[in-house]
Design a protein around this ligand. Sequence first.
Ligand code: NYM
Ligand code: MG
Length: 216
Amino acid sequence: MTARRGKLIVFEGLDRSGKSTQCDRLVAHLRNRGQRVEHLRFPDRTTPIGKMINSYLSGGSQQEDHVIHLLFSANRWELASAISTLINDGITVVVDRYYYSGCVYSAAKGVVGMDLEWCRQPEVGLPRPDVCLFLDLSAEEAAKRGGFGLERYEKKEMQDRVRELFAELREHKDEADDIVVVDAGCSVGEVEEIIHGLVDEACSLADRSGLPLRSV
Ligand code: NYM
Ligand code: MG
């Protein structure tokens, strides 16, 4: 029997939608089951590019809109081959935000020419998720969870637009069935249960198909 490859599982959603909590819980759950799991998040603020992104998000520096978009993308590309290696070695990778955030947050700024399609181009070729779990919550509900933070983009109008664009991205011809919407308005435990079911389904589908890791 050939060893199974790991799976690439992505969490997406607005700020305050519960992604980080659910990521932590899924990682713990899979590890409890004896699986080898790596937990990543984007932006990865620890690399030199990630430090530039962190400074931009926290208001410490300015960046031209195309430039910051490409830096977010480059921050994924610097980890792309490491992700592929982990997966080929049988390790599942759980990621808190990925290129979907990259597309919608940049496109939500409304810069002329920077539509979803333009924003998606630098991401083409990245490791493609087995499943993207979109934790769906309105900006109003998200704001009730202790309010948005102080980072750039954490404003109601921006979050509303981001949510609309996530919906548009789900209709994109190349996103096929990768993105699954999860109602993030339920309790943490209920959302977790739903996620376990969806992840099991996506993982067994990948195992049955026997397909190698694909590219965006
Ligand atoms: N963000 C995140 C982007 O604008 N582009 C990207 O490619 C990614 C991965 O960064 N408001 C935005 C979304 C968030 C912010 O993410 C920081 P987090 O998960 O809140 O640390
Ligand atoms: Mg945030």
